[in-house]
Ligand binder design. Structure first.
Ligand code: FNR
Length: 382
């Protein structure tokens, strides 16, 4: 399939992946209204077209949390990435290293922290979920630090997994798991061979490293179901703030009050996010939440944003609404599933090309020039 636009990777991924896996990536919570609103609300953000400003060649690089990013874009944490393509997390890590952007490795990755660290560059970040088993968390933090991951993304919007109906139907969530999935795998032999499913069962490296035995798909879903912790409070975060020596970013902030609390607890940054509409269906889309959060805490910490970014133009919109950088989720998961590391790198090329033209047409010489002033008046008051 010929890829002309970043969104073409979704269709390419749909053709290659077994249905349960495509639905796992593509789906959201309940009616998927927030998931869809993320995309439409962002698309409705109108930018000011400015002419004859002599922008010249815009500079797409950004300085974020003391790091140099070649684009204001990072690969966000996406669980089970090693199921979309062979040793998927290492492929994304290599793409990120070559292109000079960060990659945030998910807690629930197929490849372990150590395997990814061997493959990737010096902009590897680690994402941690709040789990009941604090021993697991301590173990993961120590290993991430030892592997050179100095920025921790702590995801706070999953005290319990959201209700994802597609996953229930497919068996990705709940007890029906494996059998149906393995049957589907046989109808996608090219994919199954690529991820090594026919040779040996998939496993989850970080959980295995802790429990000390192989973790198949079923063990993994069981581990997650048992381990999410709805009793977590801000006070519980203090031990992480105190024990983690690197930068700390809270991911999943949507409300200005929570953003102020993040500042109070000493976070270096936040990711304004509703988890791509996979958690609270009915939550406000990120494009609408972001300006309110930026008004509340802009300048006090670094603001990143995700959910709904599908083009370089969307990246510019998130920056105009108050973010310093964006995380990609599904956009790169589709590209990886469709064409591995090459797809992920190509996706960045497509986004960079879009962003460049957007900057020229809006009169921005640097990404820092993209601000609230880049929005047409109606959006400023959103
Ligand atoms: C995610 N996301 C996520 N977030 C996180 O902190 N840890 C994780 O393990 C995962 N896993 C995960 C799996 C899949 C398949 C998806 C699609 C998403 C959320 C992710 O980091 C990000 O917030 C959203 O994907 C952003 O929304 P868009 O851009 O995908 O619409």
């Amino acid at each position: 399939m010929i890829i002309s636009a970043p969104t073409d990777y979704r269709e390419a991924a749909r053709r290659r992946l077994p249905r349960f896996l495509f639905d796992y990536i593509d789906g959201g919570a309940v009616t998927e209204s927030t998931m869809n609103a993320n995309v439409t609300a962002l698309r409705e953000v109108a930018l000011r077209q400015r002419v004859l400003g002599g922008v010249g060649e815009p500079s797409l690089g950004a300085e974020i949390l003391g790091e140099r990013w070649t684009l204001p874009i990072a690969f966000g944490p996406v669980g089970a990435t090693g199921m979309y393509a062979r040793r998927g997390e290492t492929q994304v890590a290599r793409a990120a290293a070559i292109r000079g952007v960060p990659y945030v490795l998910s807690t629930v990755s197929v490849c372990s922290i150590e395997e990814v660290a061997r493959a990737g560059g010096d902009q590897l970040w680690f994402q941690l979920y709040v789990l009941k088993d604090r021993g697991f968390m301590t173990n993961a933090l120590e290993r991430a630090w030892a592997a050179g991951m100095k920025t921790l993304v702590f995801t706070v919007d999953m005290p319990a997994p959201g209700s994802r109906y597609r996953d229930r139907r497919s068996g990705m969530a709940g007890p029906a798991a494996t059998l149906r999935q393995y049957l589907q795998a046989f109808t996608h032999p090219e994919w199954a061979v690529d991820v090594g499913l026919l040779g040996r069962p998939l496993s989850f490296g970080n959980i295995e490293a802790y429990v000390g035995r192989r973790m198949g798909m079923k063990d993994y879903t069981g581990f997650l179901a048992r381990n999410f912790d709805p009793s977590i409070t801000w006070a519980d975060l203090e031990w992480i703030r105190d024990s983690w020596k690197g930068k700390l970013i809270l991911k999943g902030i949507l409300d200005p009050e929570d953003a102020r609390d993040a500042v109070r607890m000493g976070a270096d940054g936040i990711v304004v996010s509703n988890h791509g509409g996979r958690q609270l269906d009915g939550a406000i889309p990120t494009a609408r939440a972001l300006p309110r959060v930026a008004d509340a805490v802009g300048g006090d910490l670094t603001i990143l944003a995700d959910s709904g970014v599908r083009s370089g133009l969307d990246v510019a919109r998130m920056l105009a609404l108050g973010a310093q950088g964006v995380l990609l989720g599904r956009a790169y998961a589709y590209a990886l599933a469709a064409d591995g590391q090459r797809g992920v790198e190509h996706l960045l090329d497509l986004l960079a090309a879009d962003l460049r033209v957007t900057m020229i047409l809006t009169g921005a010489r640097t990404v820092a020039d993209i601000s609230r002033e880049s929005l047409v008046a109606a959006e400023k008051e959103m």
